[in-house]
Ligand binder design. Structure first.
Ligand code: MSP
Length: 646
């Protein structure tokens, strides 16, 4: 059976630095996409790896008194262990130090040379002798010295091979212009077009100042430039030499997923090399944005590098994957913060998904002795739920095909919200009290179980560890590995008469109190007073700037449920729908409103408030109310839930 094929790659990572959450972000996007494609029936080849050569690695190894390969072996083992923990389903892991790769790089060099695209010349650059590194004018420190050791640099020349990149500028431009999908997103495409239009210089593709690299064929005092070496990994792993059948099947790659700063190497140098070799170009280069930590770029010197292993230890792999994929729209920069992560775990995973599963299983256990009975009736509410599931499968597939992962997740969570609402609308506890409503009750329970089946399948690219657990709790006999997207295109896949499995809590809520800075920290903070003064620029007479105001995210929310918090005067727990998500918020309005009065109101929510625990309930935001000191009235609007208030 000849399947459709899909070849996706991540960049190969440098073993010079420890992998951080930004690297995990890139690999998780590729993994979720690969998993979706497998689900959709594609024959997938998903590649990641390590980029092991170069002067920096050689120097780092020397510093530790080990050989370069000993040095990288240890670090690369750490990469592989991390990918395993994060459930990365790569089909191959390419190390540029492997012989299979050396052969291909040397062959590429030979062929480009035979074509007349490689020539010997002189490389002139600013060289720091103690660091054995070349720098460009722009990289030097403020005194015009080496940015690493701050000693003077000198202009030196060395013999080097060059690749005639300039030969390919016109063909490249024509290709980019004729193929709008080739570079994505559009902003990166435009950048590349203007870069090429400024003219391309030939590229120096060999060095003689170190030897940890792949030797130039027949001229072994040169090693091949790391980017020429690294980019070629994509064809090595596709079987260029070792497996021509495989190469025919998977090359050209469908997507090279890369960070925005290396789009240039992938969409200019790499295609030019391939053109020189007369090989087809990859179909797409997708440049994703950067993960920023608490509003700041991650870097070792700032000490804000987030270690994915520690996060997995604390929250589990699926919660991290979910957060990264949900929170950041592909192509844009996105912020990582612990608070936001905990907020998502509590609201989306523990509350929305966890509760749906828990409530459903609980009711099937209680009302139907744990058996999912056949659905024999159909009300308008049932039809609405089923129609929503159909639309979901269609829209979700469309989003995933376009790699709009965050949109796909939002669609899925809107359906989870719909299914939770279905429970409230059908009130199964009332049906269970009425013997004449037995069939309706069975239908509701069936539809909920079936909704969870659909959700499991669609959530599987994002949360591969969780899904088999939901599957087992639903009592599904089918091996999840054999499930395909086709299986959720029709309603009714849960076999009637099936016994549910044992209920288990998927995502326990995380107590935020522990995370919030304790009051005792205050004196510490005061010690750092000068720094704080700088930050807290605002308020002359309490005036704030428009930018300060814009930090507050105000959204319209619909109150879907309300209940008084026992043993408190005023506190009410509100369940709010923001259209695509559900939140719980604690509000001091119980002496102004009854629970019944609140349900259905469209109120204004401060949506990006740090979660806080009030009388044992975590509040994910605050609703706005007006008060004259006596009366209290919620700010209401007739705009739909989810609308932004500006
Ligand atoms: N070795 C080269 C790639 C060669 S591909 C033929 C390289 N390696 S890297 O380890 O420095 O970076 C690998 C990828 O990680 C890049 O795509 C880069 O954008 C990504 N990220 C590094 N920090 C990141 C964030 N903070 N956020 C998102 N991605 C980030 O470049």
């Amino acid at each position: 059976m000849a399947n459709k094929t899909f070849y996706i790659t991540t960049p190969i990572y440098y073993p010079s630095a420890k992998l951080h959450i930004g690297h995990a972000y890139c690999t998780t996007i590729a993994d979720a996409t690969a998993r979706f494609k497998r689900l959709a029936g594609y024959d997938v080849f998903f590649l990641t790896g390590s980029d092991e050569h170069g002067q920096k690695i050689q120097q780092a190894a020397e510093k530790e008194g080990v050989t370069p390969i000993e040095y990288v072996d240890k670090i690369v083992a750490g990469f592989q262990a991390l990918w395993k923990r994060l459930h990365i389903s790569n089909d191959d892991f390419l190390r540029t130090s492997e012989p299979r790769h050396h052969r291909v790089v040397q062959e590429f060099f030979r062929r480009a040379k035979a074509k007349g695209d490689v020539y010997k010349g002189e490389y002139t650059g600013l060289y720091c002798t103690p660091c054995e590194s070349y720098w460009t004018e722009l990289q030097l420190d403020e005194n015009g010295c080496c940015p690493d050791c701050h000693r003077p640099v000198e202009q030196v020349s060395e013999e080097a091979y060059f690749f005639k990149l300039s030969n390919y500028a016109d063909r490249l431009l024509a290709h980019i212009e004729a193929n709008p999908e080739f570079i994505q997103p559009v902003s990166r495409r435009n950048e590349m077009i203007s870069f090429i239009k400024q003219g391309l210089d030939d590229l120096c593709i060999s060095r003689t100042s170190f030897d940890w690299g792949i030797p130039v064929p027949d001229d072994e005092k040169h090693v091949i430039y790391v980017w020429f070496d690294a980019l070629t990994n994509y064809v090595t792993a596709a079987g260029f030499f070792d497996d021509p059948e495989k190469f025919k099947k998977f090359w050209p790659a469908d997507v090279h997923l890369v960070g925005k700063e290396i789009v240039r190497f992938h969409s200019i140098i790499w295609p030019a090399i391939l053109m020189s070799l007369e090989l087809p170009l990859p179909k797409q280069i997708y440049g994703h944005g950067w993960l920023i930590v608490d509003g700041d770029k991650m870097s070792k010197s700032k000490g804000n590098v987030v270690d994915p292993n520690l996060l997995i230890d604390e929250f589990g792999a699926d919660a991290i994957r979910y957060f990264l994929l949900r929170e950041i729209a592909l192509g844009q920069d996105g912020n990582f913060s612990r608070d936001a992560l905990i907020g998502r775990i509590n609201a989306d995973l523990a509350n929305d998904l966890g509760n749906l599963l828990h409530r459903t299983l609980n009711m099937i256990g209680k009302f139907q002795d744990g058996v999912i009975e056949a659905a024999t009736t159909k009300s308008a509410v049932d039809e609405d739920l089923i129609a929503h599931a159909g639309e979901l499968v269609r829209d979700y597939s469309d989003a995933m095909e376009k790699m709009e992962l965050s949109r796909a997740i939002k669609l899925l969570w809107a359906f989870i919200g719909r299914a939770n609402k279905y429970i409230d609308e059908t009130a199964p506890w009332a049906l269970a009290k009425d013997a004449a409503k037995k069939s309706e009750l069975a239908t509701v329970m069936y539809n909920l179980a079936e909704s969870l089946r659909v959700i499991s399948v669609l959530v599987s690219p994002f949360m591969p560890e969780t899904v088999p657990k939901i599957w087992a709790q639903l009592g599904m006999a089918q091996d999840f590995a054999s499930v395909r997207l086709e299986d959720v295109k029709t309603w009714g896949g849960v076999p009637a008469g099936q016994h549910i499995g044992e209920a288990e809590q998927l995502f326990p809520r995380i107590e935020v109190e522990k995370e919030a800075p304790a009051p005792k920290e205050k004196p510490e903070k005061q010690k750092a007073a000068p720094k704080q003064e700088k930050k807290a620029e605002p308020a002359e007479n309490g005036v704030i700037t428009i930018d300060e105001f814009k930090k507050t995210e105000l959204r319209v929310a619909e109150v879907t449920a309300a209940e008084r918090i026992p043993k408190t005067d005023k506190l009410m727990k509100l369940t709010l729908s923001l259209g695509d998500e559900t939140r719980e918020v604690v509000s001091g309005i119980a002496d102004a409103y009854t629970a019944e009065e609140l349900v259905g109101k469209h109120v204004v929510l401060v949506a990006n408030l740090k979660p806080a625990k009030l009388r044992g309930v975590i509040s994910h935001g605050m609703v706005l109310a007006a008060s004259d000191g006596e009366k209290l009235k919620l700010i209401e609007t007739d705009m739909p839930a989810g609308s932004v208030v500006r």
